[in-house]
Design a protein around this ligand. Structure first.
Ligand code: C2E
Ligand code: MG
Ligand code: MG
Ligand code: MG
Length: 290
Protein backbone atom coordinates (compact mmCIF):
# COMPACT_ATOMS: atom_id res chain seq x y z
CA UNK A 1 0.00 0.00 0.00
CA UNK A 2 1.76 3.13 -1.16
CA UNK A 3 0.64 6.60 -0.20
CA UNK A 4 -3.04 6.62 -1.00
CA UNK A 5 -3.18 10.38 -1.18
CA UNK A 6 -0.79 10.45 -4.09
CA UNK A 7 -2.84 7.85 -5.93
CA UNK A 8 -5.93 9.99 -5.38
CA UNK A 9 -4.14 13.01 -6.71
CA UNK A 10 -3.34 11.16 -9.89
CA UNK A 11 -6.92 11.71 -10.97
CA UNK A 12 -6.54 15.45 -10.41
CA UNK A 13 -3.18 15.36 -12.13
CA UNK A 14 -4.70 13.63 -15.14
CA UNK A 15 -6.48 16.84 -16.16
CA UNK A 16 -5.04 17.77 -19.55
CA UNK A 17 -2.58 20.65 -19.49
CA UNK A 18 -2.11 22.72 -22.63
CA UNK A 19 1.44 22.26 -23.88
CA UNK A 20 3.24 23.76 -26.84
CA UNK A 21 3.63 21.43 -29.79
CA UNK A 22 7.01 22.60 -30.99
CA UNK A 23 9.43 25.32 -29.94
CA UNK A 24 8.48 28.48 -31.86
CA UNK A 25 11.03 31.12 -32.76
CA UNK A 26 10.74 34.07 -30.40
CA UNK A 27 13.12 36.99 -30.06
CA UNK A 28 13.77 39.95 -27.77
CA UNK A 29 11.20 42.14 -29.55
CA UNK A 30 8.51 39.50 -29.05
CA UNK A 31 9.40 39.17 -25.37
CA UNK A 32 9.27 42.94 -24.84
CA UNK A 33 5.88 43.19 -26.51
CA UNK A 34 4.70 40.16 -24.52
CA UNK A 35 5.66 42.00 -21.34
CA UNK A 36 3.90 45.18 -22.47
CA UNK A 37 0.76 43.24 -23.38
CA UNK A 38 0.76 41.35 -20.08
CA UNK A 39 0.92 37.97 -21.82
CA UNK A 40 3.04 36.35 -19.12
CA UNK A 41 1.33 34.47 -16.33
CA UNK A 42 2.19 32.09 -13.53
CA UNK A 43 1.18 28.49 -13.15
CA UNK A 44 1.52 26.88 -9.74
CA UNK A 45 2.60 23.41 -8.67
CA UNK A 46 2.07 22.34 -5.04
CA UNK A 47 4.57 20.51 -2.87
CA UNK A 48 3.41 18.07 -0.17
CA UNK A 49 5.09 16.29 2.74
CA UNK A 50 5.92 12.66 2.02
CA UNK A 51 5.03 11.66 5.57
CA UNK A 52 1.53 13.12 5.72
CA UNK A 53 0.72 14.44 2.27
CA UNK A 54 0.24 17.93 3.70
CA UNK A 55 0.65 20.89 1.31
CA UNK A 56 3.77 22.80 2.28
CA UNK A 57 4.34 25.26 -0.55
CA UNK A 58 3.78 26.06 -4.21
CA UNK A 59 6.24 26.76 -6.99
CA UNK A 60 5.50 29.57 -9.43
CA UNK A 61 6.26 28.47 -13.00
CA UNK A 62 6.32 31.07 -15.74
CA UNK A 63 4.11 30.71 -18.82
CA UNK A 64 3.65 32.92 -21.84
CA UNK A 65 0.16 32.97 -23.31
CA UNK A 66 1.40 33.85 -26.76
CA UNK A 67 -1.21 35.22 -29.20
CA UNK A 68 0.03 33.01 -32.06
CA UNK A 69 1.98 30.16 -30.47
CA UNK A 70 -0.34 29.34 -27.57
CA UNK A 71 0.83 28.60 -24.05
CA UNK A 72 4.64 28.53 -23.95
CA UNK A 73 6.82 27.01 -21.22
CA UNK A 74 10.12 28.64 -20.18
CA UNK A 75 12.22 26.44 -22.47
CA UNK A 76 10.72 28.34 -25.44
CA UNK A 77 11.70 31.83 -24.29
CA UNK A 78 13.95 31.90 -21.21
CA UNK A 79 17.21 31.35 -23.10
CA UNK A 80 16.29 34.19 -25.47
CA UNK A 81 15.31 36.45 -22.56
CA UNK A 82 18.63 35.74 -20.85
CA UNK A 83 20.58 36.40 -24.02
CA UNK A 84 18.72 39.67 -24.67
CA UNK A 85 19.32 40.98 -21.16
CA UNK A 86 15.60 40.85 -20.33
CA UNK A 87 15.78 38.27 -17.57
CA UNK A 88 15.65 40.72 -14.67
CA UNK A 89 12.57 42.39 -16.17
CA UNK A 90 10.93 38.97 -16.27
CA UNK A 91 12.11 38.11 -12.77
CA UNK A 92 10.58 41.27 -11.32
CA UNK A 93 7.38 40.70 -13.30
CA UNK A 94 7.20 37.16 -11.88
CA UNK A 95 7.88 38.42 -8.36
CA UNK A 96 5.14 41.08 -8.56
CA UNK A 97 2.63 38.52 -9.85
CA UNK A 98 3.64 36.05 -7.11
CA UNK A 99 3.32 38.72 -4.41
CA UNK A 100 -0.17 39.60 -5.67
CA UNK A 101 -1.17 35.94 -5.66
CA UNK A 102 0.27 35.44 -2.19
CA UNK A 103 -1.85 38.34 -0.92
CA UNK A 104 -4.92 36.81 -2.55
CA UNK A 105 -4.20 33.40 -1.03
CA UNK A 106 -3.66 34.92 2.41
CA UNK A 107 -6.97 36.77 2.15
CA UNK A 108 -8.49 33.30 1.82
CA UNK A 109 -6.53 31.97 4.80
CA UNK A 110 -3.89 30.13 2.76
CA UNK A 111 -0.38 31.05 3.92
CA UNK A 112 1.64 28.58 1.86
CA UNK A 113 4.95 30.10 0.78
CA UNK A 114 5.42 30.68 -2.94
CA UNK A 115 8.72 29.66 -4.53
CA UNK A 116 10.06 31.87 -7.32
CA UNK A 117 12.82 30.67 -9.66
CA UNK A 118 15.84 32.90 -10.16
CA UNK A 119 17.97 32.64 -13.27
CA UNK A 120 21.66 32.14 -12.48
CA UNK A 121 22.19 35.19 -14.67
CA UNK A 122 20.22 37.33 -12.20
CA UNK A 123 22.82 36.51 -9.59
CA UNK A 124 25.27 38.69 -11.49
CA UNK A 125 23.05 41.74 -10.89
CA UNK A 126 24.22 43.45 -7.67
CA UNK A 127 21.01 45.54 -7.55
CA UNK A 128 18.62 42.60 -7.69
CA UNK A 129 18.36 42.07 -3.93
CA UNK A 130 17.45 45.74 -3.40
CA UNK A 131 14.84 45.63 -6.17
CA UNK A 132 13.35 42.52 -4.59
CA UNK A 133 13.37 44.09 -1.12
CA UNK A 134 11.56 47.11 -2.52
CA UNK A 135 8.83 45.04 -4.19
CA UNK A 136 8.33 42.86 -1.10
CA UNK A 137 8.18 45.90 1.20
CA UNK A 138 5.57 47.56 -1.00
CA UNK A 139 3.45 44.41 -0.97
CA UNK A 140 3.29 44.45 2.81
CA UNK A 141 4.00 40.72 2.89
CA UNK A 142 6.60 39.19 5.19
CA UNK A 143 9.70 38.08 3.24
CA UNK A 144 9.01 34.52 4.41
CA UNK A 145 6.09 34.48 1.92
CA UNK A 146 8.56 34.18 -0.96
CA UNK A 147 11.22 31.48 -1.32
CA UNK A 148 13.84 31.82 -4.06
CA UNK A 149 14.98 28.78 -6.02
CA UNK A 150 18.39 28.82 -7.67
CA UNK A 151 19.34 26.11 -10.13
CA UNK A 152 22.64 24.38 -9.67
CA UNK A 153 22.61 23.40 -13.34
CA UNK A 154 24.48 26.38 -14.70
CA UNK A 155 27.99 27.48 -13.93
CA UNK A 156 27.80 30.83 -12.20
CA UNK A 157 29.99 33.43 -13.91
CA UNK A 158 31.01 35.31 -10.77
CA UNK A 159 30.65 33.00 -7.79
CA UNK A 160 31.54 35.55 -5.13
CA UNK A 161 29.00 38.05 -6.49
CA UNK A 162 26.36 35.31 -6.67
CA UNK A 163 27.13 34.36 -3.07
CA UNK A 164 26.71 37.99 -1.99
CA UNK A 165 23.36 38.35 -3.78
CA UNK A 166 22.07 35.11 -2.24
CA UNK A 167 23.33 36.00 1.22
CA UNK A 168 21.61 39.37 0.94
CA UNK A 169 18.30 37.72 0.02
CA UNK A 170 18.69 35.34 2.96
CA UNK A 171 19.43 38.23 5.35
CA UNK A 172 16.35 40.02 3.96
CA UNK A 173 14.33 37.12 5.34
CA UNK A 174 13.79 34.91 2.27
CA UNK A 175 14.43 31.23 2.37
CA UNK A 176 16.61 29.88 -0.44
CA UNK A 177 16.23 26.61 -2.29
CA UNK A 178 18.91 24.80 -4.28
CA UNK A 179 17.05 23.54 -7.36
CA UNK A 180 17.82 20.66 -9.73
CA UNK A 181 20.33 19.07 -7.39
CA UNK A 182 22.08 16.12 -9.00
CA UNK A 183 21.78 17.50 -12.52
CA UNK A 184 24.68 19.91 -12.40
CA UNK A 185 27.75 21.01 -10.56
CA UNK A 186 26.80 21.75 -6.95
CA UNK A 187 29.05 20.10 -4.44
CA UNK A 188 28.40 19.65 -0.77
CA UNK A 189 31.05 22.31 -0.27
CA UNK A 190 29.02 24.83 -2.31
CA UNK A 191 25.83 23.78 -0.57
CA UNK A 192 27.35 24.57 2.80
CA UNK A 193 28.67 27.98 1.70
CA UNK A 194 25.23 29.46 1.10
CA UNK A 195 22.52 29.23 3.75
CA UNK A 196 20.04 27.24 1.65
CA UNK A 197 16.92 26.07 3.47
CA UNK A 198 15.89 23.50 0.89
CA UNK A 199 17.46 20.99 -1.47
CA UNK A 200 15.41 19.95 -4.50
CA UNK A 201 16.52 16.67 -6.00
CA UNK A 202 16.25 16.88 -9.77
CA UNK A 203 13.40 14.97 -11.37
CA UNK A 204 15.75 13.18 -13.73
CA UNK A 205 17.46 11.69 -10.68
CA UNK A 206 14.22 10.92 -8.85
CA UNK A 207 11.82 9.57 -11.46
CA UNK A 208 12.33 5.81 -11.88
CA UNK A 209 15.25 5.80 -9.40
CA UNK A 210 13.59 2.76 -7.77
CA UNK A 211 14.55 0.67 -10.80
CA UNK A 212 18.10 1.99 -11.00
CA UNK A 213 19.86 0.59 -7.89
CA UNK A 214 23.09 2.48 -8.53
CA UNK A 215 21.26 5.74 -7.81
CA UNK A 216 20.22 4.77 -4.30
CA UNK A 217 23.50 5.60 -2.52
CA UNK A 218 23.60 8.93 -4.32
CA UNK A 219 20.07 9.83 -3.25
CA UNK A 220 20.72 8.64 0.30
CA UNK A 221 23.85 10.77 0.49
CA UNK A 222 22.04 13.87 -0.83
CA UNK A 223 19.18 13.46 1.64
CA UNK A 224 21.59 12.85 4.53
CA UNK A 225 23.72 15.88 3.56
CA UNK A 226 20.63 18.06 3.41
CA UNK A 227 19.62 16.88 6.86
CA UNK A 228 23.09 17.53 8.29
CA UNK A 229 23.02 21.05 6.83
CA UNK A 230 19.55 21.70 8.27
CA UNK A 231 17.90 21.72 4.86
CA UNK A 232 14.54 20.30 3.83
CA UNK A 233 14.85 17.72 1.04
CA UNK A 234 12.34 17.79 -1.80
CA UNK A 235 11.99 15.15 -4.52
CA UNK A 236 11.02 16.67 -7.87
CA UNK A 237 9.59 14.63 -10.73
CA UNK A 238 7.42 12.30 -8.62
CA UNK A 239 5.35 10.83 -11.44
CA UNK A 240 4.38 7.37 -10.21
CA UNK A 241 3.33 5.62 -6.99
CA UNK A 242 6.67 3.78 -7.14
CA UNK A 243 8.57 7.09 -7.20
CA UNK A 244 6.54 8.25 -4.20
CA UNK A 245 7.08 5.08 -2.16
CA UNK A 246 10.80 4.92 -2.93
CA UNK A 247 11.58 8.53 -2.01
CA UNK A 248 9.45 8.24 1.11
CA UNK A 249 11.33 5.12 2.15
CA UNK A 250 14.64 6.96 1.67
CA UNK A 251 13.48 9.57 4.19
CA UNK A 252 13.04 12.48 1.78
CA UNK A 253 10.87 15.21 3.35
CA UNK A 254 8.67 16.52 0.54
CA UNK A 255 7.46 15.67 -2.96
CA UNK A 256 6.56 17.60 -6.08
CA UNK A 257 5.51 16.13 -9.40
CA UNK A 258 2.75 15.18 -11.82
CA UNK A 259 1.49 12.43 -9.48
CA UNK A 260 0.59 15.02 -6.85
CA UNK A 261 -0.48 17.82 -9.19
CA UNK A 262 0.47 19.25 -12.54
CA UNK A 263 1.26 22.96 -12.68
CA UNK A 264 -2.11 24.76 -12.75
CA UNK A 265 -3.38 28.28 -13.37
CA UNK A 266 -3.66 30.42 -10.24
CA UNK A 267 -7.44 30.35 -10.52
CA UNK A 268 -7.38 26.59 -9.81
CA UNK A 269 -4.87 26.75 -6.96
CA UNK A 270 -7.16 28.14 -4.27
CA UNK A 271 -9.55 25.20 -4.74
CA UNK A 272 -6.81 22.54 -4.87
CA UNK A 273 -6.67 20.33 -1.79
CA UNK A 274 -5.04 17.04 -1.04
CA UNK A 275 -7.77 14.53 -0.27
CA UNK A 276 -7.67 14.45 3.54
CA UNK A 277 -9.67 11.23 3.67
CA UNK A 278 -7.01 9.48 1.61
CA UNK A 279 -4.00 10.54 3.73
CA UNK A 280 -1.75 7.63 4.67
CA UNK A 281 -2.09 6.62 8.32
CA UNK A 282 0.76 8.04 10.35
CA UNK A 283 3.53 5.56 10.98
CA UNK A 284 2.21 2.96 8.57
CA UNK A 285 5.19 1.24 7.02
CA UNK A 286 5.55 2.11 3.37
CA UNK A 287 6.10 -0.58 0.78
CA UNK A 288 6.78 -0.22 -2.89
CA UNK A 289 3.56 -0.56 -4.84
CA UNK A 290 3.08 -3.84 -6.66
P1 C2E B 1 12.26 23.82 -12.26
O1 C2E B 1 12.37 25.01 -11.42
O2 C2E B 1 13.07 22.64 -11.91
O3 C2E B 1 10.71 23.46 -12.30
C1 C2E B 1 10.21 22.15 -12.42
C2 C2E B 1 9.88 21.83 -13.85
O4 C2E B 1 9.53 20.44 -13.94
C3 C2E B 1 8.69 22.58 -14.39
O5 C2E B 1 8.86 22.73 -15.79
C4 C2E B 1 7.54 21.62 -14.11
O6 C2E B 1 6.42 21.83 -14.95
C5 C2E B 1 8.20 20.31 -14.42
N1 C2E B 1 7.62 19.19 -13.69
C6 C2E B 1 6.89 19.21 -12.55
N2 C2E B 1 6.56 17.97 -12.17
C7 C2E B 1 7.09 17.13 -13.07
C8 C2E B 1 7.07 15.70 -13.23
O7 C2E B 1 6.53 14.94 -12.44
N3 C2E B 1 7.73 15.21 -14.32
C9 C2E B 1 8.37 16.02 -15.22
N4 C2E B 1 8.97 15.44 -16.25
N5 C2E B 1 8.40 17.37 -15.10
C10 C2E B 1 7.76 17.91 -14.05
P2 C2E B 1 8.62 24.14 -16.52
O8 C2E B 1 7.46 24.84 -15.92
O9 C2E B 1 8.63 23.88 -17.99
O10 C2E B 1 9.89 24.96 -16.13
C11 C2E B 1 11.17 24.54 -16.54
C12 C2E B 1 12.23 25.35 -15.86
O11 C2E B 1 12.17 26.72 -16.24
C13 C2E B 1 12.11 25.36 -14.34
O12 C2E B 1 12.63 24.17 -13.80
C14 C2E B 1 12.92 26.59 -14.00
O13 C2E B 1 14.29 26.30 -13.97
C15 C2E B 1 12.63 27.50 -15.17
N6 C2E B 1 11.59 28.48 -14.77
C16 C2E B 1 10.26 28.33 -14.62
N7 C2E B 1 9.68 29.48 -14.25
C17 C2E B 1 10.67 30.38 -14.14
C18 C2E B 1 10.73 31.77 -13.76
O14 C2E B 1 9.73 32.41 -13.41
N8 C2E B 1 11.96 32.37 -13.78
C19 C2E B 1 13.08 31.68 -14.11
N9 C2E B 1 14.27 32.35 -14.12
N10 C2E B 1 13.08 30.39 -14.45
C20 C2E B 1 11.89 29.74 -14.46
MG1 MG C 1 12.36 25.41 -9.49
MG1 MG D 1 14.02 21.71 -10.50
MG1 MG E 1 14.54 22.04 -13.77
Amino acid sequence: AMADCAATHASIAAAPNPAPRTQPEVDAIDIRSGLLREEFELYYQPKVTLAGCDPCGVEALLRWRHPRHGLLTPAAFLPQAEEAGLIDLLTMKVLRMALGHSLELRAGGNRLPISVNLSPLSLTNPDLADQIADAVRRSGLPPSAIVFEVTEQAEVADLSLALRVLLKLRLQGHRLSLDDYGAGHASILQMSRIPFSELKLDGRLVHNAWKRPHLEPLLRQAIASAQLLGMTSVAEGIETPEDWAFMRALGCDQAQGYLIARPMPFAQLAAWRPDAGALPEPGRPQQAAA
